[in-house]
Design a protein around this ligand. Structure first.
Ligand SMILES: CC(C)(COP(=O)(O)OP(=O)(O)OC[C@H]1O[C@@H](n2cnc3c(N)ncnc32)[C@H](O)[C@@H]1OP(=O)(O)O)[C@@H](O)C(=O)NCCC(=O)NCCS
Length: 154
């Protein structure tokens, strides 16, 4: 049986977290966000919201979105490979959704996921997201469709 994380250590991301996030991006994605792009999200983009899960000073997971009126457009979710399968991804996503519902009044959340990414799709389905569309050829390296998922909270 998988153990649940008891001490979540979830908090808002700070500028100092950018290098750890950039490192995890490189480990997880074929087209990772650059350090500069992440710094902009954390420090310059007023519509961006990020939650991290810290292990001491080190960030091991993060989730981010952009606020568009009452919608949260989820841009990133990743867990360092050494920390997967412990409920951290689900916890970071849940915290991001709960905080932005409370603080920004968000009611609807959307994201794109690679059609072949069964692990992430299951995580999103467990969080209440449902597939509502498809963007053909949305991803490169390799070329692949995106499934568009939505969570409606009201
Ligand atoms: C997707 C990802 C964030 C999941 O993080 P995680 O911390 O390992 O996930 P959790 O332990 O919180 O698991 C949550 C749910 O995901 C699914 N899941 C997680 N690991 C799985 C696995 N190895 N096989 C199948 N489903 C899995 C399950 O539905 C699980 O719920 P359950 O425990 O009730 O069965 C992580 O694998 C990751 O960073 N992947 C690379 C980046 C990525 O694909 N991001 C999403 C982009 S859209």
């Amino acid at each position: 049986m998988r153990t649940q994380v008891s001490d979540l250590r979830l908090r808002e991301a700070a500028r100092a977290d950018a290098p750890d996030i950039a490192e995890i991006e490189k480990l997880c994605f074929s087209s990772p966000w650059s350090l500069e792009a992440i710094l902009y999200e954390l420090d310059g983009n007023e519509s961006a919201r990020y939650i991290v899960r810290a292990e001491g000073r080190r960030v091991v997971a993060y989730a981010g979105l952009r606020v568009v009126l009452n919608e949260g457009h989820i841009t990133n979710l990743a867990v360092h490979p050494d920390f997967r399968g412990r409920g951290i991804g689900a916890a970071v996503l849940k915290e991001l959704i709960e905080r932005t519902r409370r603080d920004d009044g968000l009611t609807d959340f959307t994201l794109e996921v690679r059609a072949s990414n069964a692990v992430a799709s299951r995580l999103y389905a467990s969080a209440g997201f449902r597939a509502e569309g498809r963007r053909r050829g949305y991803y490169t390296e390799p070329l692949e469709d995106a499934i568009i998922m939505w969570l409606h909270t009201v």
